[in-house]
Design a protein around this ligand. Structure first.
Ligand code: UVW
Length: 325
């Protein structure tokens, strides 16, 4: 026990926690993405019936005053034009006019790579000095030399996605702050929706929380900050492992209830999933429109594709997943 009476992650998980270390070799950096090959891509394609497509990324730089719903302490995106009609007119581009008269607008942005809809690198979070697959946590210093977002981005993510609308299942637009659910709740919601969660699926879970950012005041959204989400248990981690779930996608900033209500540990599933299972995590998607159309025709499975940016050494990367139904 630490002096706060909150157990360490190792204490919480107990002896021999579920792990996939070594499963894909000592050099692996993509974890459960190994589950997604051509066969799984075709299982996703088989779900396409009408060809409609939906994007799951939130807008970057939605509102200058309120900003985007980033994890407390992370900076907002700062985007600014370096060339546009006015800059050209003032002669401040530092360039000669382009031969032929072409004129352009150009901009630069400073962004937190974890500050929008994003894939986490497997080396993003750890405990006890080891990241995914047993690599030393010192490999994260300066830039991730192991288990960065790059190999995930080089691979891309394509497979059968299934949406579980936990908010709708509980008769709400948005789950409450700190409201938890388990894999058994997910299975019950799937049954109620009439959809099967299959091995190697990309599991997409809607809470309504990110969507609610756009109609709530930031002070209220972040007050006593605790998101709704999955809550840790060994059985839950074993279920994800035995189902070979390839990717967990949610519409919350951190994919799980922020603080485990029983132990007080912050984000234990980040440790159990990213570090121990090598399970891909995708955060801050917006799922409200997708949930509406799935609910309207009762089809909750689809082709899911995503291509996070190829950031060398990155702890994560922004992404705009595309779902095709
Ligand atoms: C933290 O890193 C705290 O959370 P996330 O993975 O949601 O970015």
């Amino acid at each position: 026990m630490s002096d706060t009476n909150v157990p360490t992650l190792a204490e919480l998980f107990g002896p021999n926690p579920p792990t996939n270390w070594g499963r894909w070799g000592a050099e692996d950096e993509i974890g459960t993405l190994n589950y997604l090959g051509p066969k799984e891509a075709l299982k996703g394609v088989a779900e396409v019936k009408t060809g409609e497509s939906y994007t799951l990324q939130i807008q970057m730089g939605w509102d200058d005053e309120r900003g985007d719903p980033v994890w407390p302490g992370r900076p907002q995106i700062e985007r600014k034009n370096v060339r546009d009609a006015e800059v050209w007119a003032r002669g401040e581009t530092g360039l000669d006019p382009y031969p032929g008269g072409l004129t352009d607008a150009d901009d630069v942005a400073t962004i937190a790579l974890q500050g929008s809809t994003q894939y986490d690198a497997l080396g993003h979070t750890w405990y006890d000095d080891q990241i995914w697959n047993g690599y030393d946590s010192q490999t994260t210093a300066g830039a991730l030399s192991k288990a960065s977002i790059l190999p995930i981005a080089e691979h891309g993510i394509v497979g059968r996605g299934v949406l579980i609308d936990m908010a709708r299942h509980r008769g709400k637009d948005v789950l409450d702050k700190g409201e938890t659910f388990t894999h058994e709740d997910v299975l019950a919601a799937a049954e109620a929706q009439g959809v099967e969660i299959r091995p190697r699926d990309i599991l997409v879970i809607r809470t309504g929380f990110i969507g609610s950012w756009y109609s709530r005041q930031p002070e209220e959204f972040f007050a006593d900050f605790i998101e709704p989400g999955l809550t840790y248990s060994r059985e839950l981690v074993e279920w994800f492992q035995s189902m070979e779930i390839a990717n967990l996608v949610t519409d919350t900033i951190a994919n799980e209830v922020t603080t485990d209500p029983e132990s007080g540990v912050l984000l234990p599933l980040h440790a159990a999933f990213l570090r121990n299972l090598g399970l891909l995590m995708t955060e801050m998607t917006i799922l409200d429109e997708l949930a509406e159309v799935c609910s309207a025709d009762g089809r909750w499975s689809f082709l899911y594709t995503a291509a996070p940016l190829k950031v060398v050494g990155g702890t994560g990367a922004p992404v705009n997943p595309v779902v095709i139904r």
